[in-house]
Design a protein around this ligand. Structure first.
Ligand code: TRP
Length: 352
């Protein structure tokens, strides 16, 4: 039997996991556990590149760790860890930096966006602080992936460029020092993109404010309120025969309706969603029905998730200890790679 593929991915720590995070990434991570050997990381070191509060970061890392367990990441099959518990990766980051082109780094779209270079030249010039961590972000990401010699990396489209860079670094290492790293493939699994119910022209995001996202562990009342007030028609009438999305017949409802149908289907109610979509185009859909059904489905999901979360918190009496133990497992894996990388690159192991 061929060895199972190793999958690696990372997620930024945030205190609240949204259904956007869940349907857009985490649910896919959970499924991948069945066929692959998975390593998943809460990337707190990457989070240092944006303004943050230290106590809040620690809390967010812990919350994200628990949320991932509650969402179905199984610590018996999968290595789930917090990035800063594995210093081997940071050392590998430095080794790999020597193999990374400054030109490539400064051409990364995400770097240009976040550093403000796209708008106004270096933001440093207008007094705003731009951390060099932003430039280094993709090197640390490459170190994450390569430390575990991962074959496949499930990420969104926005990370393709970072993955290409990781492959380039792997290639440069392999040709200069002998083959050590697989070139990690981007795994573009179709996932569900969830929009804000308050403004369905924008992606569901916590940064837009509480009206714009639904938490995976959110209480029933507030979910019902958000779905009840969800924007449905944005002044665009349904145009039969137009649009390039939809369910195969080429029709697209208004963004708000599409988003509610998407959520309903994502909760496992594809048949209901299909029927309501037909009613919509037949002009017989009552929005209260769509909203009621979607709210019911979401409440069922979040209730289950909340129960699992409560269960985990009951079982895991020493959460910090658990995070350390998982980190130890990850350190062993990353340590093996790092030892080989040091040897090939001609540096010493740490003194003991
Ligand atoms: N940069 C990724 C994001 O913002 C997160 C990330 C960090 C990551 N390290 C990674 C993703 C390694 C995949 C593999 O989404």
């Amino acid at each position: 039997m061929p060895a199972r593929k190793r999958v690696y991915s990372g997620i930024q720590p945030t205190a609240v996991m949204t259904i956007g995070n869940y349907f857009g990434a985490v649910q896919n991570w959970v499924r991948l556990q069945d066929d692959c050997e998975c390593v998943y990381c809460v990337v707190d070191l990457h989070a240092l590149t944006a303004p943050y509060d230290p106590a809040e970061l620690r809390r967010a890392s812990r919350e994200m760790f628990v949320s991932l367990l509650a969402a179905g990441i199984d610590p018996d099959r999968t290595t789930l860890y917090v990035q800063s518990t594995v210093p081997e990766q940071t050392e590998l980051c430095w080794l790999l930096a020597a193999l990374t082109s400054l030109g490539d780094l400064s051409r990364m779209t995400q770097f240009k966006e976040k550093s403000g270079l796209l708008k106004s030249g270096p933001a440093d010039d207008d007094g705003a602080f731009v951390s060099a961590g932003l430039l280094f972000y993709p090197v640390l990401q490459a170190a994450d992936i390569l430390a575990y010699r991962a074959d496949r990396v499930p990420v969104g489209q926005d990370q393709s460029q970072h993955l290409e860079l990781s492959r380039g670094i792997a290639r440069r290492f392999n040709s200069r020092f002998g083959r050590l790293f697989p070139e990690p493939e981007t795994l573009h699994t179709p996932v569900t993109k969830v929009l804000s119910t308050a403004d369905p022209t924008r992606k569901m995001s916590k940064s837009l404010g509480p009206r714009h996202y639904i938490g995976l562990f959110e209480e029933e009342d507030s979910i019902r309120r958000k779905i009840r007030s969800a924007v449905t028609d944005s002044g665009v009438p349904p145009a039969a025969g137009h649009g390039d999305e939809g369910d195969g017949d080429g029709r697209t409802a208004s963004p708000g309706i599409e988003n509610l149908l998407t959520l309903l289907a994502a909760c496992g109610h594809e048949a209901d969603a299909g029927r309501m979509r037909e009613d919509y185009f037949a002009g017989t859909l009552r929005y209260v029905d769509l909203k009621g059904t979607t709210a019911d489905a979401l409440v069922a999901l979040t209730t289950e998730m909340r129960e699992r979360r409560a269960d985990i918190l009951r079982r895991e009496t020493d959460l910090e200890g658990r995070i350390m133990a998982m980190g130890e497992r990850a350190r062993t894996m990353a340590g093996e790679t790092l030892a080989l990388a040091r040897e090939r690159m001609g540096t010493y192991p740490p003194a003991v």
